[in-house]
Design a protein around this ligand. Sequence first.
Ligand SMILES: Cc1cc2nc3c(=O)[nH]c(=O)nc-3n(C[C@H](O)[C@H](O)[C@H](O)COP(=O)(O)O)c2cc1C
Ligand SMILES: [Mn+2]
Length: 511
Amino acid sequence: MDVKVKTGMDGLGPWLERADAMGEIKRITAEVDPDLEMSTIAYMVGREIGSPALLFENIKGHPGQRALFNMMGSSYNRISLAIREEPGKQGIEFVELLKEKMKRRLPPAIVDAKDALVNQNIETGDDVDITKFPAPKMWPRDGGRYIGTADALITKDPLSGRINLGTYRNMIKSRNEVGYYVSPGKDALLDRERWWQQGKPAPVAAVYGLDPLLFTVAATSVPKDVSEYDFFGGINGAPIEVFESDVTGLLLPANAEIIVEGYAHPNKEFTEGPFGEFTGYYARPEDSAPYIEISTVRYKDDPILTCALMADWPANECGLFWAMTRAAKIWEDLDSLGVPGIRGVWSPPEAAGWGMTVVSIEQRFPGHAAQVMALAAQCVGGAYFSKYIVVVDHDVDPTQLSEVVWAMVTRSRPSQSIDILRETWSTYLDPSLNPPEIRPWGSKCLINACMEFRYIKEFSPRTKLSKPVYQRVGERWGQLGFKGEPPKVKVFEEDEPSLAEEDGVEPGAPM
Ligand SMILES: Cc1cc2nc3c(=O)[nH]c(=O)nc-3n(C[C@H](O)[C@H](O)[C@H](O)COP(=O)(O)O)c2cc1C
Ligand SMILES: [Mn+2]
């Protein structure tokens, strides 16, 4: 097909160029086997925080094809580029910035299909062969090759027309069939069921090489009636370019690397999995899953397949970016509910990205901490999978697990401070839910690790440094015989916060 190439502002290319210029991309030109070898290298490199993205350029059995692993990994630099920011921010500052960006929504811009980069190559019918792409087998006990990991599955709600993007694992079934596993409650499943209820096959597309921002929004829980395309536009600051497919009618990203498209039929399933998951386990035994009968494959010239290894932290590619967007979305949810006093939200990447939420607050009124932990546990951004929700005071840095644990053991009383929520939204992928028949129902532990508000005035004062003395010592740090910068300290005696704000309530005052 003769394509008039329009240079996409979005897509993997512009990001890759910038990350490359920053020295964040490591090219591997030696021959590597897609069968366990790419993933083993990714795991080994991923053990180091901040390790580079890996572009495999010489893949056994797939001459001329390329695969990108550890796209964002545990690197703030590459995640910053993905959200269209200069590197520099991390921790709570980063989450707060992303939260503000998430508040904006911009619908996609529809471009002509012939201008779409991804339409440089279009294959249909007997020409469809997805096995030519270098899909990896990630873990020794995986049930097959997973072409879709750092991907976005595109579906549509037949009633509202809302286009959904979600990241789902896609295992190759054959040259023109690919499975997709969806946990209960996810939008791709709800969309599929609506088509099937109407007795129609469900239109599905899957993007296998994509802008890391598209991957990010596809992997984040956003409201079910809002398209992830709108979130992309908001964070990007400009709409994503899409075209309307003449095959399924779905809106597809114009600047994607690879897109497959077709229909999933009711009652057509195959044995999918097992798959080494984000929890660090082969969590769901092999079971049946629907698949897409692929009628059309589109790809850019020299496409790059994006892949995400799922593993224990820090080699878990669902670690840092997932934690950042999840924390930002929870914070945005709390803001939109009008909950005051939120100083920071964190989702420790160590906790399989989604296992734990920490919120730091400035306590303002009786019941404030309990309100925050209940809402953080069940809001749109926070409800899925998470097991431990901890609320801490604002003198505790939620990004520092050592400080969080210290607050838990010094400020919470297990007999008073812990609530359990039962029968919550979880997944077949949680290895702790046994016997497996109880899946996908989970439970959540809410821990109030704040100083008890009722006694906050009498609460044993925390030992804090005197600021003038700290500064004096800092100035003499070298003279005292120490090397380097003096350690940073954030909490001082002088900074004792005012507990009664204008619109707050005096602690202990009757309501
Ligand atoms: C690399 C990666 C792989 C994922 N694989 C799956 C999967 O196979 N099944 C699933 O239900 N969720 C999976 N998820 C989580 C979903 O992408 C996530 O819950 C998303 O918010 C779903 O969006 P949706 O409900 O809008 O479709 C994965 C996430 C990542 C980052
Ligand atoms: Mn969705």
